[in-house]
Design a protein around this ligand. Sequence first.
Ligand SMILES: [Zn+2]
Ligand SMILES: [Zn+2]
Length: 261
Amino acid sequence: MNVRVLGCSGAISSGGEDAGDPGGTTALLVDHDIMIDAGTGVAVLSDDELARIDHVFLTHSHLDHLAFLPLMIDAVGDARDAPLTVHASRATLDILQAHIFNNLIWPDFTRIPSPDAPGVRFEAFETGERFMLDGRTVTALPARHTVPSMGFAVSSAQGCLAFSGDTTTNPAFWAAVCVLPGLRHVIVETAFPDAQIALAHAAHHYCPTLIADDLRGVQMNAELLISHLKPPHGAQILKELRAALPHVSLRALRAGEVLTL
Ligand SMILES: [Zn+2]
Ligand SMILES: [Zn+2]
């Protein structure tokens, strides 16, 4: 199983800072057919690569995680003979239907080209549930954000990768993650530096101090890959994480890298 990082930035940015290369906003491609989130990182995919994606799992409804989903559904319609399946919590799917696929912001592709053969179908997927496809398993993990949110674990026979999605203080995520068999990598968001801890609390994101608090006492033999860095603060956030977690292997996740499991 290959997990290709299409984008992992906390905002669109032309780069120029030294915290890796986060690319566009969040999107991860698992092999050729499963995508996790559909932020602006999706723009690096070719038409053929886009058309081969059968399943999209969404952590939550914020634009930086789904901006390219409506455009992608429209773009691949002629090249596909089956609808794209979007897996997300019922609460997130209801938000998508009401606020995006509402024939105002974007056509309701759950009913066009026709209700019998639509461009997209929605499948509710709740925390704790599993989805299995061709030797790979996606498991929904708990998250705590300003809107209904979840993380995901993706695993194959060779190993497991966990992804926090957008979250703030979240002991339930780490309790679920540290017992995952074959855990190799944890992609965890850290949107803000400690100087913005008030903003981290208000926006329900992590800052280094909040992650260090959550990891106290957690036994885990996996590499932390830091995502969702807000571009002007990337280097500072990493410096603070390394100081707060001196015994943890961590680095910035980079757009374009492929994690093989
Ligand atoms: Zn968010
Ligand atoms: Zn986000």
